[in-house]
Write a protein that binds this ligand. Structure first.
Ligand SMILES: [Zn+2]
Ligand SMILES: [Zn+2]
Length: 344
């Protein structure tokens, strides 16, 4: 692997390439960390529309929930009653899209993140993901269920209260369609999932592994685009999160908590990111080729305030990165799993 020269790396999940320019990071890491002063910690914010017992903008009052709380988004991007039909006139083409958008409050506590919540409470979030995924998947109009979390103002998240979202749609979205096709083509030839083969390769080299437990591995993918992008991959191939055993649910909670804590410790800030689960489309007849996984895509590059931008060449030609995935994995791997806000 060329560690000093510009090269391209192939992403087999999306059938696309990323440009890597390691020679631009020749200078050693300076080690300076510009911590942001985190907002003062408040466990309850009377103006937060996600805290228990508060009124939401839409007028509904939240129950005084004490673990996790799920509701239909008051300002949903998708409508469950969008009229059927579409337009197809030459190159002008559109189709109706029905869907249901939900919000999950991870905890009644306004100030706790996935990294700081107790493992048992993160496991409860995972079980809510499973039950929501299952329930939405049985809806006749729903073809795909996208579970995600957008964390931090830098990612456009309007509320610091720890929460995630689920957008379920009639059609399978672009990226999932591409991953579906790539995994299907791989499985047809090799009779094992693309990510099983990839995981075997990564585990034998170890250089991009961040942390692991009995059931999951967190790694910086060989083809990562964002500086500290990671994937959480189950060791056992499964098409959907509903296939997890009880032990795997607990192990997912463990690896999520440990991975997010490492991110927070990297620049000693609540690390902004988008996290999302990719899994088989719910109405797909055969999904043996699917190996569900989590992507975590954070924008920060050098400190709590210096982020990577996707502009110019990246926006118009191909994604590009300087720090190599191997360097990023090493930095994440060397961090403590004790959350910096828990230090005395
Ligand atoms: Zn709140
Ligand atoms: Zn994916």
């Amino acid at each position: 692997m060329p560690e000093d020269h510009s090269h391209r790396r192939y992403n087999p999940l999306l059938d696309e390439w990323v440009l890597v320019s390691p020679h631009r990071t020749k200078r050693p890491w300076q080690g300076q960390v510009e911590s942001l002063i985190d907002e003062q910690r408040v466990t309850f914010d009377p103006t937060c529309y996600l805290c228990p017992g508060n009124a939401r903008v839409g007028g509904v009052t939240n129950p005084t929930y004490d673990d996790t709380y799920v509701f239909v988004n008051d300002f949903a991007a998708l409508q469950s009653d969008a009229p059927a039909g579409g337009t197809h006139d030459g190159l002008i083409r559109a189709e109706s899209e029905r869907g249901i958008c939900k919000v999950i409050c991870f905890s009644p506590r306004h100030d706790l993140t996935l990294g700081e919540m107790a493992k048992a409470d993160v496991a409860r979030v995972v079980r809510v993901w499973q039950s929501e995924f299952y329930e939405l998947g049985t809806h006749p109009d729903i073809g795909y269920v996208q579970i995600f979390e957008n964390r931090g103002a830098m990612m456009g998240s309007s509320n610091p209260h720890p929460h995630g979202q689920i957008w379920s749609t009639q059609h399978v979205p672009n990226l999932v369609q591409r991953e579906d096709a790539q995994q299907q083509a791989y499985y047809a030839i090799h009779r094992q999932t693309l990510l099983s083969s990839y995981l075997q390769q990564e585990l034998s080299s170890g250089e991009r592994i961040v942390c692991a437990n009995d059931s999951f591995v967190t790694l910086v993918p060989f083809w990562a685009v964002w500086p500290f992008e990671t994937m959480i991959v189950p060791r056992r191939p499964q098409a959907m999160i509903t296939e997890m055993t009880v032990k795997e649910v607990d192990d997912l909670a463990d690896i999520l908590k440990r991975t997010v804590t490492r991110y927070d410790n990297l620049f000693r800030t609540l690390f902004p990111y988008s996290l999302g689960i990719h899994q088989a489309p719910v109405k797909q007849a055969v999904s043996d080729h699917w190996h569900w996984h989590i992507h975590i895509v954070p924008p920060l590059l050098r400190s709590a305030t210096v982020r990577k931008f996707m502009v110019g060449y990246e926006l118009l030609a191909e994604p590009q990165r300087d720090i190599t995935p191997e360097q990023a994995a090493k930095r994440l791997r060397d961090l403590s799993e004790m959350h910096y806000r828990a230090e005395v």
